[in-house]
Design a protein around this ligand. Structure first.
Ligand code: FES
Ligand code: FE2
Length: 384
């Protein structure tokens, strides 16, 4: 984002403070409850999610050669490991011999991986290193190593695409030039991992992403936690290709903008900026620290989602423990206690038949655009 674009965003934020929100004309849109419960739709969405990168881990969680994490994405068991060449790979954690789990630890540092069933071993890049009693096993060489899926480290995040067919675009291409530049400008690539937590949430994954796209709920759901710091009904959603950038000003931004000349405006210390990456990852600038969310829908149940939330901090301020601990405490409690809890209520009421359709107001246009973006991805993957 260049300075002109930053000032133009400042103008729009300033208008929120001076003129209030200006929603588009129109009546509420009715969304059928089945959008959040239909198993066929869920299967199609899973295919769309598998075809795009997901924020799996942060690069500083596995900083050294041989550092690994065993994770599950889209139902696939994966070993995310940094090789001796510094490159991070996502290997399928299932032996090329007869399919046993190769690495059974959740995390650690390995020189190689060895399968406990018949002792085959693999290099950090997944190539087959040795076959136990090789001459007995076969007279021909067994060249097959561990399968891998596309994996790329960019902006500090390790992005994994579980469906490699056709070969996915690079992360930079998928983000598009504007969002790629925005994440660079915000310094995501220089941040370091602080903490992570995973939640099982009993709702459809789209209800979780929706939470970033409207702040209509702020003064009710977050009445005592976040609302005191933010102006009500004040946020901007902009579409970038298949993604969304949301800008959420704090009260003090209004004061700062009003008190300084336009060419001296500085937005970033008084602004939350969730970048909703379709489908299923959110990178959020939080006026000082960074949050990465990934929403991993249950492979079988449209009403369940695993959410990984991690917090990153600027590398040059990583030792400000008290501040970061306070922020982390707030984030990891407020989001599940308030946003996730209400999303679970909605899912329960939909699943019980109590609710047949949701009404989305003109001030919640981001949700309509989000559903349209999901539909476009589903249609694109179905055409393959
Ligand atoms: S299944 Fe791994 S060595 Fe046989
Ligand atoms: Fe919220």
């Amino acid at each position: 984002m260049n300075r002109e674009q930053e000032l133009a965003l400042g103008d729009r934020l300033m208008a929120l403070f001076t003129d209030g929100p200006s929603p588009a004309d129109g009546a509420p849109v009715a969304v059928p409850a089945s959008v959040y419960t239909c198993p066929d739709r869920h299967r199609a969405e899973l295919a769309a999610i598998a075809a795009r990168p997901v924020a799996a881990l942060h690069g500083t969680e596995i900083p050294g050669a041989g550092d690994f994490r065993a994770i599950e994405l889209g139902g696939l068991p994966l070993l995310v490991v940094r090789g001796r060449d510094g490159v991070v790979r996502a290997l399928v954690n299932a032996c090329a011999h007869r399919g046993a789990t190769v690495e059974r630890e959740a995390e650690g540092t390995a020189r190689a991986f060895s399968c406990s069933f018949h002792g085959w071993s693999y290099e950090l890049d997944g190539t087959l290193r040795s076959v136990a009693d090789a001459a007995l096993f076969s007279s021909a060489p067994c060249g097959r190593g561990l399968r891998s899926v596309p994996c790329e480290e960019r902006h500090g995040v390790i992005w994994v695409t579980t469906d490699p067919d056709p070969a996915p675009r690079s992360v930079a291409e998928w983000l598009g030039a504007d969002l790629d530049a925005l994440l660079t400008m915000l310094g995501f690539g220089e941040a370091v991992f602080y903490a992570a937590v995973e939640y099982d949430v009993a709702c459809n994954w789209k209800l979780l992403t929706d939470g970033f796209l409207e702040l209509y709920h702020l003064k009710y759901l977050h009445r005592t936690t976040i609302a005191p710091y933010l102006p009500a009904n004040s946020w901007l959603v902009d579409r970038y290709g298949e993604h969304f950038r949301v800008a959420i000003p704090k009260n003090r931004l209004g004061r700062h903008l009003a008190a300084s000349a336009r060419d001296e405006w500085e937005l970033w210390s008084d602004l939350s900026l969730p970048v909703v990456l379709m489908p299923g990852s959110v990178l959020q600038w939080q006026a000082g620290h960074y949050e990465v969310f990934s929403f991993r829908p249950d492979p079988n149940d449209p009403g369940r989602t695993r959410c990984r939330l991690s917090m990153l901090v600027p590398a040059d301020r990583a030792d400000e423990h008290e501040l970061w601990e306070r922020n982390w405490e707030r984030v990891r409690v407020t989001i599940p206690d308030e946003d996730f809890a209400v999303a679970e209520q909605v899912q329960r009421n939909i699943a019980s038949g109590a609710v047949r359709e949701l009404q989305i107001g003109r001030n919640e246009q981001g949700l309509v655009d989000h559903l349209a973006a999901v539909d476009r991805l589903v249609a694109e993957v179905a055409r393959r």
